[in-house]
Design a binder for this molecule. Structure first.
Ligand SMILES: NC(=O)c1ccc[n+]([C@@H]2O[C@H](COP(=O)([O-])OP(=O)(O)OC[C@H]3O[C@@H](n4cnc5c(N)ncnc54)[C@H](OP(=O)(O)O)[C@@H]3O)[C@@H](O)[C@H]2O)c1
Length: 340
C-alpha cells in the first residue's frame, strides 16, 4: 500500500509517499481501498509538532477516508466486499488502504460521491457535537463562526441553517462573497477589522448566543465579551499558534499567554450567565455508539437534501506538500482531500 508519511516535524515538504505491504483485516475489522482521504487542520498541527495527541514522526496521520471494502475480517458482520463506505480512523488515514473496526465504518449513501464522503466525518461530527450536543442551539439564535470558509466552518453554516440559526462569519476577504451566497448574514475579516466591535455593531450591542472559536489566544477573550447573556463560547482549536510553515515556540507561548485564564473561572461565568464549552472529537473515540448516532443523523440530513459538504480541491498523494501549503496559505474554501 501507499501512504503519506510525516517523516519529521517541519515544513510541508517533510510529507513523503512510502510503500509497505498491504494490511490484512483481523477480527471485527474490514479493509478499505481508499478513494479519498480528508485533510484536517489537525494534520498541519501534527506536521509542525504542535499537536500533543499526534503520533511522533515518522508517522501517518489522517482521520477519515472513503472507499470500497475489499476484505472482511472474521466476526465482522455489517459489511460485504464491494460495499462503498466512509471510514473514521484515529490516524493512519493518509493511505490508499486502511483496516478499520467495522463499528467505525458507515455505508456511503447511494447519491454521495467518494469525495463528499471523505469530507463529512471530522467536520460534521465536530459541528454536530458543538451545536446540538453541547451548544444547545435553538432556532432564531445568532452564531459567530470563525474560519467560516474552512471545512468545519462550512459544515457549521449547513447545520446552523438546519437549526434555524443566523450565522455571522469570519474569513479572509476574498471568500466573503461566496459565504454570503451560502446565507451568511454578515462576514468579517478578523485580520483587517476587530471582530468584537464588528459583532457588537452588527447585533446592535446584543451580542451572539454561540461562538465557534478554533483560533484561541486573545480571540477567546474577545469572544467572551461579545456573548449575549446565556451565550456559549465553544473552544475547539488553537490555530493562532500556527504562524508559519515551521513551528515557532515563541508564538505558541505568546498565544497561550493571551488566553483569558482569569475570565475562565466559575464565579465570573456565573455572574455573567455565560458558558465555556470545550470540544475535542479526537477524545470521543471511546464513545463509538454516540458518534454512530450523530453520524446517522448527519447522513440522514444529506439524503433529505438538507446539507451538502463542500469539497474544494483534490491533491494526489505525491502532492500532499502542495495540499498543506494550500491550506496554510488560507486559499481553501471547504474541504481539501488526498485522492489515490
Ligand atoms: N476540536 C476538534 O475536535 C476539532 C475538529 C476539527 C477541527 N478543529 C479545528 O477547527 C479549525 C478548522 O479546521 P479545518 O480542518 O476545518 O480547517 P480549515 O478551516 O479548512 O483551515 C484552514 C482555514 O483556517 C483559517 N485560518 C485561521 N487561522 C489560520 C492560521 N493560523 N493558518 C492558516 N489558516 C488559518 C484560514 O481561513 P481564513 O483566512 O479564511 O480565516 C484557512 O483557510 C482548526 O483550528 C482545527 O484544529 C477542531
Amino acid at each position: 500500500m501507499r501512504q503519506v508519511w510525516i517523516t519529521r516535524h517541519g515544513e510541508p515538504e517533510v510529507l513523503q509517499v512510502r510503500e509497505s505491504p498491504d494490511p490484512t483485516a483481523g477480527a471485527g475489522t474490514v479493509r478499505v481501498r481508499v478513494k479519498a482521504a480528508g485533510i484536517n487542520f489537525a494534520d498541519i498541527l501534527a506536521r509542525l509538532g504542535l499537536y500533543p495527541d499526534a503520533p511522533k514522526p515518522p508517522a501517518v496521520v489522517g482521520y477519515e477516508v472513503s472507499g470500497v471494502i475489499d476484505q472482511v475480517g472474521p466476526e465482522a458482520r455489517r459489511f460485504r466486499e464491494g460495499d462503498r463506505v466512509i471510514g473514521v480512523c484515529r490516524f493512519g488515514g493518509y493511505s490508499d488502504t486502511v483496516v478499520l473496526p467495522e463499528t467505525a465504518v458507515f455505508p456511503l449513501p447511494p447519491k454521495m460521491s467518494f469525495s463528499e464522503g471523505a469530507a463529512i466525518p471530522v467536520n460534521y461530527l465536530t459541528v454536530y457535537q458543538m451545536l446540538f450536543v453541547m451548544g444547545s442551539i435553538k432556532s432564531g439564535e445568532r452564531v459567530l463562526v470563525h474560519s467560516a470558509a474552512g471545512g468545519v466552518g462550512l459544515a457549521a453554516i449547513d447545520l446552523c441553517r438546519i437549526a434555524g440559526a443566523e450565522v455571522i462569519g469570519t474569513a479572509s476577504t476574498p471568500k466573503h462573497e461566496r459565504l454570503r451566497e451560502r446565507g451568511v448574514s454578515h462576514v468579517v475579516d478578523s485580520r483587517v477589522e476587530d471582530f468584537e466591535s464588528a459583532v457588537m455593531r452588527i447585533t446592535e450591542g446584543k451580542g451572539v448566543h454561540i461562538i465557534l472559536d478554533p483560533i484561541g489566544g486573545k480571540s477567546w477573550a474577545k469572544g467572551l465579551r461579545c456573548l449575549a447573556p446565556t451565550g456559549r463560547l465553544v473552544t475547539f482549536g488553537f490555530s493562532s499558534a500556527v504562524t508559519g510553515k515551521r513551528r515557532s515556540v515563541f508564538a505558541l507561548v505568546k498565544r497561550l499567554a493571551q488566553v483569558p485564564w482569569l475570565k475562565f473561572n466559575p464565579l465570573t461565568l456565573m455572574n455573567e450567565n455565560k458558558a465555556i464549552v470545550g470540544v475535542n472529537l479526537g477524545h470521543m473515540w471511546h464513545m463509538q455508539d454516540e458518534m454512530r448516532r450523530w453520524g446517522e443523523q448527519i447522513l440522514g440530513w444529506y439524503e433529505e437534501g438538507r446539507m451538502h459538504p463542500t469539497v474544494d480541491k483534490e491533491f494526489r498523494f505525491e502532492e500532499a506538500p502542495k495540499a498543506h501549503h494550500y491550506i496554510q496559505d488560507r486559499m481553501n474554501f471547504g474541504k481539501v482531500l488526498l485522492v489515490s
